[in-house]
Write a protein that binds this ligand. Structure first.
Ligand code: F6P
Length: 549
């Protein structure tokens, strides 16, 4: 077991890294590459279809060895094994963390509380597949007998971001004749815009909520029911043909009025942000079909197996996790940019924000003591090349350390016209150019050699030395998407293990929920809400006046 009695920052493995960092001050990636012609090859790891180049990081063999020693001292692989075994590593909620069981093969045995969960997982997958096929073939019809042409997923957080992100990522694999939309925001505009051009007779609502108590989702689901019944003449029997639920809470699903026969179940050992390959993926499965969905799960499993079995030196999630610790804890990096050079990954970073920031945005350790070290970074980014014309300036020449992941694919999707497919080389040239410019920059001498006048030399100098990981794959298939997500899931796990925090709870979102419920009557009825601070009271009064109340 790790020595959690000694604060992380007092352990010898930590202070060794501090010393190493001090000695490495001033080292430039230019020097590291010049000193080792094999660096790119040595610092590249292949995991399934993912070619992961981490050579443009401010590390040497010694740095990596010291980081691995830190991981060993933090018992990362021991905790990993406990997670895969179904132990209750989510201690504050006293739950197992078994999202890896969602993609386990049918013959695997994975126990939670002494019971093999794999048969249930596959039973639900089969039920989802049968339903998805019925919708896709038109066998499942709406209340009036019309074919379902629109699927609207209503959910938020982990019950939205995963399927919404994956639907965008895998658009070329989707049944193009279906309209699939995702509603999450309690702002009525979200649902309004999602359904305003749809025919209720052809619309299926997928209500996705692990708890089935999340106010945004339940409020939107009620509004969706009203919209549906208004459109179909008010016959409440219509709900059975137009609403299905994805949840762990059969009681609440029934209370809402959805037949539990139309409920796809998952379990409390699946965290919300780790749930999209559970029943929460139903909208995606309807869009891409069960076979593609299983390929996605195969991709997840491939990286699970890698994380479970690869030695530390070649273990990609461990390496990426450790690199994040290196920057966050030893270089004062506050954020981490994820920059996909793929239009289809437009929601990938938003998905990772919940995965990473809800998991590792913690300030007390597993024992409840305040941590004395930085934990999860701010994760941000948008697809290239758009970001290059917006915020890359700050990454190149600003004052902050911002490690970044550049993600790209060799092949454009088959659907593109030859002319559009040709643009792919330009897209990828930008990815490679950014990695190069960030790492190696441009020296004052190189700037002068271009004839730049002396007063502009400093402005046109690129310091470089900005670390990046480049992840390449042949193409963005369902399996590759699964591989990518599992890579990040396990990276987040590694970091949480090192920081000795519970990466699987999210108590920090609770206070806002409670206060919203308390404040709402002040807005609607002008109720006197006890405990409102002066600023919030005044804002509420202003709001009411502007609303004409
Ligand atoms: O934001 C808090 C949270 O609990 C997330 O962790 C979760 O993904 C989201 O709300 C939605 O929860 P549910 O699926 O229970 O509606």
């Amino acid at each position: 077991m790790p020595d959690n009695a000694t604060p992380l920052t007092h352990r010898p493995e930590w202070t060794a890294l501090e010393d190493h960092r001090a000695k490495a001050e001033g080292t430039h990636l230019r020097d590291l590459f010049a000193a080792d012609p094999d660096r790119a090859e040595r610092y590249t790891v292949q995991v399934g279809d993912l070619h992961i180049d981490y050579s443009k990081h401010l590390v040497t063999d010694e740095t990596l060895a010291l980081l691995r020693e830190l991981a060993a001292a933090a018992y990362v692989f021991g905790l990993r094994d406990a997670m895969f075994r179904g132990e209750r590593i989510n201690t504050t909620e006293d739950r197992a963390v078994l999202h890896t069981a969602l993609r386990a093969p049918a013959d695997a045995v994975i126990e939670a509380d002494g019971e093999n969960v794999v048969p249930e997982v596959h039973a639900v997958l089969d039920k989802m597949a049968a339903f998805a096929d019925k919708v896709r073939t038109g066998e499942w019809t709406g209340h009036t007998g019309k074919r379902i042409r629109n699927v609207v997923n209503v959910g938020i957080g982990g019950s939205d971001l995963g399927p919404a992100m994956a639907y965008e990522a895998l658009r070329p694999y989707t049944a193009r004749e279906l309209t699939v939309r995702f509603v999450s925001n309690v702002d009525g505009a979200d649902l309004h815009e999602a359904v305003r051009d749809l025919d209720p007779a052809e619309t299926l609502f997928v209500i996705a909520s692990k708890t089935f108590t999340t106010i945004e989702t339940i409020t939107n689901a009620q509004a969706a029911r009203t919209w549906l019944l208004d459109g179909l003449g008010g016959d409440a029997d219509a709900v059975a043909k137009h609403f299905v639920a994805l949840s762990t809470n059969a009681e609440k699903v029934a209370e809402f009025g959805i037949d539990t026969a139309n409920m796809f179940e998952f379990w409390d050992w699946v965290g919300g942000r780790y749930s999209f390959d559970s029943a929460i993926g139903l909208s995606l499965m309807i869009a891409i079909g069960p076979d593609r969905f299983r390929e996605l799960l195969d991709g997840f499993r491939l990286v699970d197996d890698h994380f479970r079995t690869a030695p530390a030196e070649a273990n990609a999630p461990l390496l990426l996790g450790l690199l994040g610790v290196w920057y966050g804890n030893f270089h004062d990096a506050q954020s981490h940019a994820v920059l996909p050079y793929s239009h289809y990954l437009s929601k990938f970073t938003a998905y990772l924000q919940q995965l990473d920031m809800e998991s590792n945005g913690k300030s007390v350790d597993r024992e409840g003591r305040p941590v004395q070290w930085q934990t999860g970074p701010v994760v941000w980014g948008t697809p290239g090349t758009n970001g290059q014309h917006a915020y890359y300036q700050l990454i190149h020449q600003g004052t902050k350390v911002i490690p970044a992941d550049l993600i790209g694919f060799a092949k454009p999707v088959d659907e593109l016209s030859p002319q559009l497919a040709d643009q792919h080389d330009l897209l990828m040239a930008n990815l490679f150019a950014q990695g190069q410019a960030l790492a190696f920059g441009k020296t004052p001498d190189e700037v002068r050699a271009e004839g730049v006048t002396e007063e502009l030399v400093a402005h046109k100098t690129f310091q470089g030395n900005h670390p990046t990981t480049t992840i390449l794959a042949k193409e963005l298939t369902p399996s590759v998407l699964g591989q990518l997500i599992a890579l990040y899931e396990h990276k987040v796990f590694v970091q949480g293990a090192i920081w000795n925090i519970d990466s699987f709870d999210q108590w920090g979102v609770e206070l806002g929920k409670v206060l919203a419920k308390r404040v709402e009557p002040a807005l609607t009825e002008g109720a006197e809400v006890p405990g409102l601070d002066a600023s919030t009271r005044s804002l509420v009064d202003t709001y009411r006046a502007l609303r004409g109340r």
